[in-house]
Design a protein around this ligand. Structure first.
Ligand code: GLU
Length: 416
């Protein structure tokens, strides 16, 4: 996925910004600039027409000093090693920001799942899992869903791993269906966590959720649930965009009805209670809160100047390019960075893994309460750094995450 300077380079720039305050020893700083392991695999898949097609798959374990590598698997035509490495680094900081005993990883396959049949996706998933099987495991590296993968993908991954090992090991992946060891609350966890941090930010800024105007970019799992929960809490979601189009209604959209419409018609456009719009038009409409919840680099130098929002909460990983970030800061936008704001997904993944290891499952209230307490604590830790060091929330969150990873590397020492 292209960004202004290359995605991984952007991560290194953010790391460099954080290190101005951390002043890490060079040996540790250099360690943090490089992934620990990067695996590239060729994934042959028999397509429905009988022909064999070769896809390229990746799994990058960025750092494992704090625990097993953790992070999602994405299926997208623009998946590259650069993108997966950047996302694996972000997972490393993210897990540390919310203080989970995990390192960070990411995986993906360059493919277009929107034009593949269910059987083709199943064969792709099983073969990709087989190719990375020697790296993954509940003690070493635990995949989860990401862009265009879901609980069915995780069920196939878990089953393939089971075929290799000979017995069922539910803790090898998270984000599975509940009937095979998934956790209650995982489906909407990223959005639940996002809304928890938004509510804390509103308190900080002395704003109310009631009538808060919101635009959401991306109407996949994260964008839909975030819009639905915010709407349910009294916010007015006036605009929603996805990869194909956008809709707008100044009076607020009925999110569940919009979701039903998209499920039925395949697109947002044509929703009878709203006017058709475009991403560019939507971004120019002043709102209190903007939630980018699609892909990285979506807010960039071509569109950032149009944006008029008070708060920007990153449902996606790095939706704002480094250059565009500066413009938002200059314009006084309060930014909730993805490594904090979208960490709810991996937090409930962690709960799922703990439940799998113990073979003892919690009820939804317990999950929600524990998620709220972790997200709220992390928000205030990041805010404190931001206030104390007079830095923006992205730099503050990176300082917190990187500092924890660096401390684990330091205390473990170098082998041999
Ligand atoms: N893909 C999600 C993320 O980017 C979740 C990762 C996980 O649960 O391991 O945070």
């Amino acid at each position: 996925m292209s960004t202004e300077t290359g995605f991984f380079q952007e991560i290194l720039t953010t790391l460099e910004n954080a290190n101005r305050y951390l002043e890490l020893p060079p040996a540790i700083y250099e360690r943090l600039m490089t992934p620990r392991r990067s695996l590239i695999v060729s994934v042959p898949v028999q397509m429905d027409n009988g022909r064999v097609k070769y896809f390229t798959g990746y799994r990058v374990q960025y750092d494992t000093a704090r625990g097993p590598a953790k992070g999602g698997i994405r299926y997208h035509p623009k998946v590259t090693l650069d993108e997966i490495t950047a996302l694996a680094a972000l997972m490393t900081w993210k897990c540390a920001v919310v203080n989970l005993p995990y390192g960070g990883a990411k995986g993906g396959v360059a493919c277009d799942p929107t034009v593949m049949s269910r059987d083709e996706k199943k064969r792709l998933t099983r073969r990709y899992t087989y190719e990375i099987a020697f790296l993954i495991g509940p003690e070493s590296d635990i995949p989860a869903p990401d862009v265009y993968t879901d609980e069915q993908t995780m069920a196939w991954m878990m089953d393939t791993y089971y075929m290799i090992k000979g017995y069922s090991i539910p803790g090898v992946v998270t984000g599975k269906p509940v009937c095979i060891g998934g956790s209650l609350g995982r489906d909407s966890a990223t959005s639940d966590g996002l809304v928890i941090t938004i509510l804390e930010a509103l308190k900080t800024l002395n704003m109310s959720i009631d009538g808060l105007t919101v635009t959401v970019i991306g109407f996949g799992k994260v964008g839909y649930h975030a819009a639905r929960i915010l709407h349910g809490l009294g916010a007015k979601v006036i605009g929603v965009a996805d990869s194909k189009g956008a809709v707008y209604n100044a009076k607020g959209l009925d999110i569940k009805a919009l979701h039903k419409h998209k499920e039925a018609s395949g697109a947002l456009s044509g929703f009878k209670e709203a006017g058709d719009s475009s991403l560019d038009e939507l971004l120019a409409i002043p709102v209190d809160l903007l939630v980018p919840a699609a892909l990285e680099g979506q807010i960039n130098m071509t569109n950032v100047k149009r944006i008029k929002t008070k708060i920007l909460a990153e449902g996606a990983n790095n939706p704002v390019t480094t250059e565009a970030d500066k413009v938002l800061l200059d314009n006084g936008v309060f930014l909730l960075p993805g490594v904090l704001a979208n960490a709810g997904g991996v937090v409930v993944s962690y709960f799922e893994w703990v439940q799998d290891l113990q073979r003892y499952f919690w009820d939804e209230t317990e999950i929600k309460n524990r998620l709220t307490s972790i997200m709220t604590k992390a928000y205030h830790e990041v805010l404190r750094i931001s206030v104390d060091k007079k830095v923006d929330m992205r730099t503050a969150a990176t300082i917190l995450g990187v500092q924890r990873v660096a401390e684990a590397i330091r205390v473990r020492g170098l082998y041999p």
